[in-house]
Ligand binder design. Structure first.
Ligand code: ATP
Ligand code: MG
Length: 600
């Protein structure tokens, strides 16, 4: 992939850290062998050609969302920029919630975003579960050296005795038991002799530490659960906070980048690595943990657990519902990988938590697609326009550029005929001031065709307009000499009714009515927008290539073909976003969310 706006090119504090490390040669002598490392001695390993190693470590317990896209962009982007390698590592230490289907979806999402864990013939795809045996050995070594013990307090007692932020914890009565007793118990735990929660392996650090995470954190717990990869081979599983530094070290990670919630865990991360290195189980230089602010976006939820609830309870149609901020959903909606990378770059990497407005994502799509998306005409809310001075059989071929700034893309051609579809709101019987489109007596240009004079309309018994009438001015055809002699203030898009292609067009709105649906006291489901999708029977310009990734429908916005056709077999088209950010304006006028359709 070329370095456009694709990698972490903006200046940020992580780059500064990496550049400082590179300059100081901190990782210059590191050696590397593909994991899973079974031997502690990396002496025989090759010098590592990668300047840095980063990793993206998802837990396979759901589909990835826009926040993960940010993390992918940071980790893969940084590695790419500094001549390094990024590992895709599944942190599968929580057997109950993990599934192979999620593993597959995550791999797909990373690749679709434009990244690859393959590097010079080496596949850097790893699973924490591949290290269970090594982790177990390391845990035993900690016990033997007096750095860990099996605690047989009940989970409640463990919690109570941990103390609070203002008071120190209390040592467990099991804390000073002999190492060989702990070791025997730990072996029994592994052998399945004890039920869940009966005991746990804890690091022996300091029950009075001001950092709660250092008050003898649990590093192994009993879980009689089936694991999606290791099956029933294990009934004890390492805790994430201990597993993670071990995984990083075994993979030769140099920069372990995570979100700010883990800042308080960093002392334990470092304790784990240094203790294991001091015991001769890990080689130095050790990985370093660096935190950045997670991405929060308004009008969505970015938590796999909450997304799962939306999916499971049927509030949306699956993980790839185009309203979801999942990578699969955004992809299906029509967001491009390059637009998402541009969004990541624009939102930056910082230490300060903030909420990014949803409109930043939409603007990234516009800026990504405006220079490339082919133009086309669609009519979403059609009403017929009859050109009364054109014969029923007459056809005038009209031309339009596929892209206004890319003549090399050529032209599209379509028929101008007596009956056309126009947007219903392009006509008003009794218009307000400054309405420049069709009303009786007014002249407008039918885009790429003729100037027409509106002569009136036909209404049904309810007063609804069923037909608009107009006469065209034959000398005003676009692109012919003198076409501009008649000056008009409005331009209207149209499609020949005899040639238009029917389509189901899905117009999306925010999934939630509140910018921060999961903040405050109320439940996020209470803020679901009941009108987050509307499907309309629209018309498309004839001859559209339905394999086009994204179109700009003139005057309407950016649209993409949905990978799944509509129920009645018609093409399904998703609106990705409108042409301009009309949403903020609508919101300030009324508190209820509304559905902006057009910008002119
Ligand atoms: P979730 O709560 O949605 O399950 P998670 O952090 O538990 O999120 P993981 O699968 O553990 O999900 O995340 C993999 C990586 O993605 C982690 O390094 C995590 O820090 C990062 N990540 C997750 N959410 C965000 C976010 N909103 N912004 C930036 N990075 C994120
Ligand atoms: Mg997690």
């Amino acid at each position: 992939m070329t370095e456009q706006h694709n990698e972490a090119s903006t200046s940020n504090f992580l780059r500064h850290i990496i550049e400082t490390d590179l300059k100081a040669g901190r990782f210059a002598n590191k050696r590397w062998a593909p994991p899973p490392a079974t031997a502690v001695d990396l002496g025989g390993a090759e010098p590592d050609a990668a300047q840095i190693r980063t990793r993206f470590p998802p837990e396979p317990n759901g589909f990835l969302h826009i926040g993960h896209a940010k993390s992918i962009w940071v980790n893969f982007g940084m590695a790419q920029h500094y001549g390094g390698v990024c590992h895709l590592r599944f942190d599968d230490t929580n057997p109950e919630k993990e599934e192979q289907a999620y593993v597959d979806a995550i791999k797909d999402a990373v690749q679709w975003l434009g990244y690859d864990w393959q590097h010079q013939g080496q596949s850097n795809l790893y699973f924490a579960s591949d290290y269970f045996e090594v982790m177990y050995r390391f845990a035993c070594a900690l016990i033997k050296a007096g750095f860990a013990y099996v605690d047989e307090q009940s989970p409640e007692d463990m919690r109570t005795n941990r103390g609070t932020l203002t008071s120190p914890g209390t040592n467990s009565i099991w804390r000073d038991r002999p190492a060989n007793e702990s070791l025997a118990r730990f072996e029994e735990m592994r052998a399945g002799h004890h039920p869940d929660g009966a005991m746990a392996l804890r690091a022996r650090i300091d029950m009075a530490s001001p950092n709660m995470n250092l008050r003898d954190p649990v590093i192994y717990r009993i879980r009689h659960a089936h694991h999606h990869r290791t099956g029933n081979a294990w009934c004890i599983y390492p805790m994430y906070s201990w597993a993670h530094p071990v995984e990083d070290a075994l993979e030769g990670i140099t920069h372990s980048i995570c979100t700010l919630e883990f800042e308080d865990q960093r002392p334990f991360y470092e304790w784990s690595l240094n203790t294991l290195a001091d015991l001769g189980l890990l080689n130095r230089p050790l990985p370093g943990q660096h935190e950045f602010a997670r991405l929060n976006m308004s009008y969505v939820v970015t938590s796999k657990r909450k997304l799962l609830q939306l999916v499971q309870d049927g509030h949306v149609n699956g993980w790839d519902d185009p309203r979801l901020p999942t990578i699969a959903g955004m992809r299906r909606r029509g967001y491009t990988a390059s637009a998402i990378r541009l969004f990541c770059e624009r939102t930056g990497v910082s230490k300060a938590n903030s909420h990014i407005d949803y409109s930043v994502l939409e603007q990234a799509l516009r800026d990504d697609q405006d220079p490339q998306a082919p133009r086309a005409v669609a009519i979403l809310d059609p009403v017929k326009l009859v050109i009364t001075n054109l014969g029923a059989e007459e056809v005038v071929m009209c031309h339009a550029p596929r892209h206004p700034h890319q003549p090399e893309l050529g032209e599209r051609e379509f028929a101008f005929t007596r009956e056309l579809w126009i947007e219903r709101d392009d006509f008003m019987q009794d218009p307000p001031k400054k309405y420049f489109r069709l009303f009786p007596g007014n002249q407008v240009r039918l885009k790429y065709a003729f100037v027409v004079t509106c002569t009136g309309c036909v209404t049904d018994e309810t007063g609804k307009v069923t037909e608009v009438h107009a006469d065209y001015l034959p000398d005003t055809r676009s692109g012919t000499p003198g076409a501009d002699a008649v000056k008009v203030k409005g331009t209207v898009t149209w499609i020949s009714a005899a040639h238009a292609v029917p389509a189901k067009i899905r117009l999306y709105d925010r999934l939630f009515t509140e910018p921060y649906p999961d903040a405050g006291q109320s439940h996020f489901l209470d803020h679901l927008n009941p009108d987050s999708v509307e499907t309309v029977d629209g018309w498309l310009e004839p001859g559209l290539d339905l394999a086009t990734p994204v179109w700009q429908f003139e005057r309407l916005g950016y649209f993409a073909p949905d990978a799944k056709a509509s129920e009645d077999g018609l093409p399904a088209i998703n609106r990705i976003t409108t042409l301009k950010d009309t949403w903020a304006a609508h919101q300030s006028k009324s508190s209820a969310p509304s559905k902006p359709n057009r910008t002119t």
